[in-house]
Design a protein around this ligand. Structure first.
Ligand code: FAD
Ligand code: NDP
Length: 461
């Protein structure tokens, strides 16, 4: 196509867009990337990174409690919310500027503007001007769901606001039973807030292994978090500083903040997708793409949360990289979306890779389960009542490890490493042949000898 200003215009400076812009520029493409809010996107500015920093703050409380058994006398500790938020903001600003300068160093041009399609090849910038592009990558991410328009919804905060609260809520009600609800319930509980989780189903973390769900819930309850299931928030009232959540169970809870963490939807509106002729996926509301992240309009691609495939940062990054290699690197690359490890940074942490027991039993005729639930060695002196869960799901016919599920300290770190073995299609015999590293919790993964359950499906008569 003649007369284009750039080879690639990227809409959105988050995980997927930034990676795509940098790699495309390294392949020699003329690239422009538009970001309307802050470079780095959800993960860096109001997701993974600030959440993890706040999680560290919340863990200190447990460390202090554990210290007494090891002989430490620590004078009563105090916590200052304003210091945590200010230091976190400083770090996020530092990362934001690194993201911008890394993109610029790659040769791509960053524009701080909202970009809107004028036609399939033309983008209008909110700062003024039009840009004509040969290819367009949509990497606009997602936004928090608010749910039904219940009375008082304007008093509810989401994960967008939670990072900037002026004061630590002494009492917080969090609706939702997924990643964000459990992570923030744990953060606030660790910081000493009184936390109530309201979840509509029968147990939190739907879609995770059943043993994980049961274990996490009971550990979070042990840590003092109230979890109310089979219930929703139907109305919110604010009187002065007190926000009251009225529940479907007819009870109500007074708090300083009510937060909803009830999923996110892909950002597909308000930037002229219809003018570009880009189709949505009717199954999930995200932009419909093929295995190469190509939309129905051949020169327009989409990656990351806006496609609503697996809404995780490393996935968006891989998709952005694969797109840039495919279109500008002369190398067609598909992202493998199987066996992606994931963690919930709750207290205790959850790490999981591969199939749950239920998924394995639905797909395989012979499934062996190896499961252990124990107090880690540190607890013998700290007195911490927390228990660790480790579970392997094995294909009894081929001995292959199909899934690994861990709940406990450092579950996310352990799962990243186990994920390599799962990706390499390791067998239970490979795990057994691996020497234990003692004394660790992780050694349980290579020392579980006898299945705790064996499920063999009989062939239909
Ligand atoms: P985003 O990072 O959302 O970037 C999209 C960008 O596009 C945004 O910056 C937005 O401002 C910009 N934009 C939108 N429309 C326009 C427009 N028209 N013009 C210009 N700019 C536009 N994932 C993990 O893997 N691990 C975690 O621990 C984790 N924790 C999370 C915690 C929270 C609280 C949240 C909300 C998410 C978390 N995630 C985590 C998910 C992760 O943040 C996302 O999967 C990831 O950021 C998706 O990247 P993306 O590039 O698709 O979109
Ligand atoms: P999740 O999909 O994880 O959880 C949403 C929760 O809200 C579920 O418990 C869901 O219930 C419930 N829910 C949905 N709709 C309603 C409703 N209308 N009323 C009441 N409850 C409702 O979404 P999150 O918002 O927690 O996080 C969004 C995504 O961001 C995650 O799915 C994940 O991809 C990503 N993320 C990843 C993190 C990580 O990697 N550590 C951390 C944070 C976010 P039900 O199960 O019954 O549908």
């Amino acid at each position: 196509m003649a007369d284009t200003d750039v080879d690639l215009f990227v809409i959105g400076g988050g995980s997927g867009g930034v990676r795509a812009a940098r790699i495309a520029a390294s392949h020699g493409a003329r690239v422009m990337i538009a970001e309307e809010y802050r470079m780095g996107g959800t993960c860096v500015i109001r997701g993974c990174v600030p959440k993890k920093l706040m999680m560290y703050a919340s863990h200190v409380h447990e460390e202090i409690k554990d210290a007494a058994g090891f002989g430490w006398t620590i004078p009563e500790a105090t916590f200052d919310w304003a210091t945590l938020i200010a230091n976190k903001d400083k770090e996020i600003a530092r990362l934001e500027s690194i993201y911008t300068s890394n993109v610029e160093k790659s040769g791509a041009q960053v524009v701080k503007a909202r970009a809107v399609f004028e036609d399939p090849h033309t983008l209008r910038l909110s700062t003024g001007g039009m840009v004509k592009a040969k290819y367009v990558l949509i990497a606009t991410g997602g936004t928090p769901n608010h749910g039904a328009a219940i009375p008082g919804i304007e008093h509810v905060i989401s994960s967008n606001e939670v990072f900037h609260l002026k004061r630590q809520p002494r009492r917080i009600v969090i609706q939702g039973g997924g990643y964000i609800a459990l992570e923030f319930a744990s953060i606030f509980a660790g910081l000493g807030s009184d936390v109530t989780v309201i979840y509509r189903g029968d147990n939190v973390l739907r879609g995770f292994d059943e043993d994980v769900r049961t274990h996490v819930r009971s550990e979070m309850e042990k840590a003092g978090i109230t979890i109310i299931t089979g219930c929703t928030v139907e109305k919110i009232e604010r009187r002065g500083d007190v926000v009251t959540a009225h529940l479907s169970s007819r009870s109500s809870i007074a708090a300083d903040e009510v937060m909803f963490a009830i999923g996110r939807h892909p950002s597909v509106t308000g930037f002229g997708l219809e003018k570009a002729g880009v189709a949505l996926n009717p199954m999930n509301g995200g932009i419909a793409v093929d295995d190469y992240s190509q939309t129905n309009v051949p020169h327009i691609y989409a990656v990351g949360d806006v496609t609503h495939r697996l809404n995780l940062t490393p996935v968006a990054i891989r998709e952005g990289h694969a797109f840039a290699d495919t279109v500008f690197g002369n190398r067609r690359v598909k992202v493998d979306h199987t066996d992606i490890p994931t963690a919930v940074f709750s207290l205790p942490q959850v790490g999981t890779v591969g199939l749950t027991e239920a998924e394995a039993r639905a797909q395989f005729t012979h499934v062996d389960i190896y499961k252990t639930d124990f107090r880690p060695i540190k607890a013998t002196m700290s007195g911490n009542p927390g228990r660790v869960l480790m579970k392997l799901v094995v294909d009894g016919a081929t001995d292959r490890i199909l899934g690994c599920h861990i709940v406990g300290p450092d579950a996310a770190e352990l799962t990243q490493v186990v994920a390599i073995a799962v990706k390499l299609k390791a067998t239970k015999a490979d795990f057994d042949a691996t020497m234990a590293l003692h004394p660790t919790s992780a050694e349980e993964l290579v020392t579980m000898r006898t299945p705790t359950a064996r499920h063999v499906r009989q062939a239909a008569e």
